[in-house]
Design a protein around this ligand. Structure first.
Ligand code: FAD
Length: 432
């Protein structure tokens, strides 16, 4: 049986693909596989571009382990099955009057898959998704079921929130949620130079700020999302306008543009200039999770690096210089985001404020020269690659950018000495 990821750039031929229904079943599978010397890997929604979820052993698809197990409206603590997709989580939370404090661009991932690779949104005062975790239930390599939190198995909890699938199969996650809130989305095209001039102020004066720079142009699309204050009037987006912007322009037209650009790359600068000119300002209010996420139907491959916040402008300039020097024609915009520091050893925002720069290529187009050259530049700026997005880094060169890398490895050695949860990707990024 063949397994493929969302982007189609990773394949696996597992010995078996199983869909366990509960933690006991996961524990039995792991115990048996460990006794037989097989390796086990959990998969979420397969939205990682790297081979993080690839295995030739037993693939555990947790799609049947979805939904909220318990919720407490007073504390905002919500426990859910690890395979719960974020879109289901958002609706289940909304029904209870709750919400995630922050989200990334899409809601197709599973909660365990998203947090395992340090998935993040944007907002300089807000951490990545894993910082919302308050407890985890895991099946370890010997088939035992353990829970960990700030009070129980603290060492395991500290590292397992971003575990890249290396420590065990996460079967349940407890999240700190908050009361539902409405966001005011404010999207405006701006000259890139002006964004860069006003950058610190914009990043700090908005709860969530990101922008997309269109290569071969001087324009950026900026997105500011802030909470609707009490007394401020709501202004929902019209159905037709929402559909035109999010489905027709961002997906259908963009898909056709990418196909045309793939056939006639020399058109890319002109296509980008046209796309940038077509961008219009819009402002609307909606429930937080509807503002955070957008449908992404155009398939691509992506690399994303986190950098110390102070290195942002150098990072963007380096990408620009690579595109010019290598004479690359790039149709996808470059995405820029900011995230607060956290204390999770393998979080890409560990220890300091970080900014993120993401580059993309239409699926099937050669990306290696572009991504490879950009990686070289961003690595020199103290960059940490997203665990779920393309990169060529190894344990040897990742260790220096993660001050607590060896703490992670020590816990891994203790809980999975035989590497039941190992795969080629983990050998590369963590070592054997
Ligand atoms: C269109 C698109 C948009 C994206 N947008 C963003 C974004 O805005 N921000 C961002 O940071 N990232 C983003 N990503 C990356 C994505 O969030 C991560 O790659 C994420 O890990 C994918 O989640 P998944 O459920 O598909 O996990 P998978 O890709 O299936 O798995 C990821 C890792 O988690 C492990 N894993 C999965 N489930 C478990 C479990 N139960 N127990 C233990 N380990 C487990 C897997 O073994 C693997 O190592 C995007 C990706 C795509 C394709």
């Amino acid at each position: 049986m063949e397994w493929r990821n969302w982007a189609g750039n990773q394949q696996a031929r597992p010995q078996a693909v199983l869909h366990p229904r509960d933690t006991d079943e996961v524990a039995q599978v792991v115990k048996r596989a460990a006794t037989e010397g097989r390796r086990v890997k959990a998969v979420g929604a397969g939205h990682s571009f790297t081979a993080a979820a690839v295995t030739d052993g037993v693939l555990l698809d947790l799609d049947r382990m979805a939904g909220v197990v318990a919720s407490d409206l007073d504390t905002g603590l919500v426990t859910l099955h690890a395979g719960t997709p974020l879109h289901q989580l958002n609706l289940e939370l909304a029904r209870r009057g709750l919400a995630m404090s922050n989200l990334g661009d899409i809601d197709r991932q599973s909660i365990a898959g998203a947090t395992s690779t340090s998935t993040h949104g944007t907002g300089i005062a807000l951490g990545g998704l894993a910082t919302q975790i308050r407890a985890l239930e895991l099946v370890l390599a010997d088939g035992s079921v353990v829970t960990c939190s700030a009070d129980e198995r603290r060492e395991l909890f500290a590292v397992a929130r971003v575990g890249i699938g290396a420590l065990g199969i996460v079967t349940a996650v407890t999240l700190q949620c908050e009361p539902s809130f409405t966001l005011v989305a404010d999207e405006q095209p701006m000259p890139l130079a002006q964004v860069l001039d006003e950058l610190d102020d914009i990043v700090e004066s908005n709860e969530h700020f990101e922008f997309y720079w269109f290569p071969h142009t001087e324009l950026a699309l900026t997105k500011r999302n802030n909470r609707l204050r009490s007394g401020e009037p709501a202004a929902p987006i019209g159905r037709v306008k929402g559909w035109v912007d999010d489905e027709l322009l961002a997906n259908t037209v963009f898909n056709l543009t990418c196909k045309l650009a793939a056939r006639r790359p020399t058109l890319i600068p002109r296509l980008n200039r046209t796309a940038a000119k077509l961008m219009t300002a819009r402002r609307y209010t909606a429930p937080s999770y509807e503002v955070f996420v957008s449908p992404r139907r155009v398939r691509f491959v992506e690399m994303e690096y986190s950098l110390p916040r102070a290195a942002f402008k150098d990072g963007l300039a380096a990408i620009r210089a690579v595109i010019e020097r290598e004479q690359l024609l790039v149709s996808f915009p470059i995405e820029a985001r900011w995230v607060a520091p956290d204390d999770i050893p393998l979080s890409t925002a560990y220890g300091e404020e970080r900014c993120y720069l993401a580059i993309h290529m239409f699926r099937g187009e050669p990306f290696e020269r572009y991504f490879g050259a950009v990686e070289k530049e961003l690595r020199a700026l103290g960059g940490r690659p997203h665990w779920g997005k393309m990169h060529w880094r190894t344990a040897e060169d990742l260790r220096p950018v993660y001050p607590r890398f060896d703490d992670f490895v020590a816990v891994r050695d203790a809980v999975d000495p035989e590497r039941v949860f190992g795969n080629a990707y983990l050998e590369t990024v963590l070592g054997r």
